[in-house]
Design a protein around this ligand. Structure first.
Ligand code: ASP
Length: 354
């Protein structure tokens, strides 16, 4: 009898504390919302022309508007993050899909992940070389395999077996990323690999939108739909000049991506080795879930304090329980945008002081 009462009391306490994690009044917010990023790093006004800056702002606004339009039409968060991530993967400005950085051997090896906050299902791929849209391969791992993560040729073969677009290495090749690899290797005293035979003929002067930040970048999208479901997606080419099958945080669930309904949707960008060690995305989410921290203070605790203390650099985009967007970065810039129901147009920012 006493035991039964004690268990009932414990259950009541557990229920009460579960309710405390996401108080109803915090779970209102806009009818839908999204945020996205196109990578963080040494992105400074002085290293961009005004045309380059305007070009980036337009691309970020267009991607956010596309996602906002889908959410306004009632499309699910998981479909929206995949669709917007695909758009950004296809855009050679960003280090993901077409426009990815090169490995030291002169290849493109792509990582991506996706998470559905409604179910806590997740999918990830690492080291793809032939699948046009790595984010859709990650989605297929989540939806159509019993696994969470696939890597290398097996992951490409899995994607191909499901009919996902496969492309030759020339598809991913961009002049500005090739030039960045050559610069980076020469700076290390290493000899760049010969220009690949399959590379398109040089198309004139290399165009690097942010010439001083050639070495990394990522894209990420987080969304909350009209049902309150949350999702997150992250996709990257990783670090320029990476070796030995290096994999960063982008495809690691809990490091570069996390989503949990009523709590958070997060995508990260930065020096992946630090983001993995701090389990940044899940740690931010846990702070929100267990301490009731705001999305902004949770993000700042990890990025401005923990990451900085370890010597890591980068940033995150976060949607909190109410769908409000928060950004935190400890780099000079992060390409980013947000858009929510009731707003006329996306808000776009690049530099840290915006
Ligand atoms: N996080 C990515 C990686 O470590 C790179 C970046 O976001 O800049 O692969």
């Amino acid at each position: 009898m006493m035991r039964g009462l004690a268990i009932a009391a414990l259950l009541m306490m557990a229920l009460a504390s579960a309710c405390q994690h996401v108080p109803a009044e915090r779970a209102q917010g806009p009818a839908w919302s999204l945020a996205l990023h196109g990578g963080a790093g040494v992105i400074e006004r002085a290293s961009m022309t005004s045309d380059q800056e305007a070009d980036y702002r337009a691309a970020l606004a267009a991607a956010a508007a596309h996602g906002g339009d889908m959410l306004a039409r009632g499309v699910s968060a998981i479909d929206v993050v995949e669709a917007v991530a695909r758009l950004m993967e296809d855009d050679p400005r960003f280090n993901a899909g077409r426009g990815a950085v090169f490995t030291a051997e002169g290849r493109n090896e792509l990582d991506a992940s996706i998470m559905n906050g409604a179910t806590l299902e997740a999918g990830a791929v690492a080291g793809l070389t032939a699948t046009r849209n790595p984010i859709s391969a990650a989605r297929a791992v989540m939806d159509r395999s019993p696994h969470v993560m696939l890597s290398g040729p097996g992951a490409d073969a899995f994607a191909a077996s499901l009919g996902l677009d496969q492309v030759g290495p020339d598809y991913f090749f961009t002049e500005h990323r090739w030039a960045a690899l050559e610069r980076a290797l020469r700076a290390q005293g290493a000899t760049p690999p010969p220009r690949p035979a399959w590379a398109p003929a040089p198309d004139g002067a290399p165009q690097s939108p942010a010439a001083d930040e050639p070495s990394r970048g990522t894209i990420g999208v987080v969304a909350r739909d009209q049902d309150g479901d949350m999702a997150a997606a992250t996709s990257t080419g990783g670090l320029s000049g990476k070796r030995w099958g290096r994999v960063g945080d982008a495809p690691i669930i809990g490091a570069g991506v996390y989503a949990q309904n009523g709590v958070c949707a997060i995508s990260a960008t930065g020096a992946g080795e630090y983001f993995i060690r701090l389990a940044i995305a899940r740690s931010i989410c846990a702070l929100i879930e267990f301490t009731n921290a705001s999305a902004q203070s949770a993000a700042d605790a990890l990025i401005q304090e923990r990451l900085a203390a370890l010597g890591g650099t980068g940033g995150v985009i976060v949607l909190g329980p109410d769908g409000e967007a928060a950004f935190s970065l400890n780099t000079p810039g992060m390409y980013r945008a947000s858009f929510a129901a009731g707003e006329d147009a996306p808000t776009v920012a690049i530099f840290a002081d915006e």
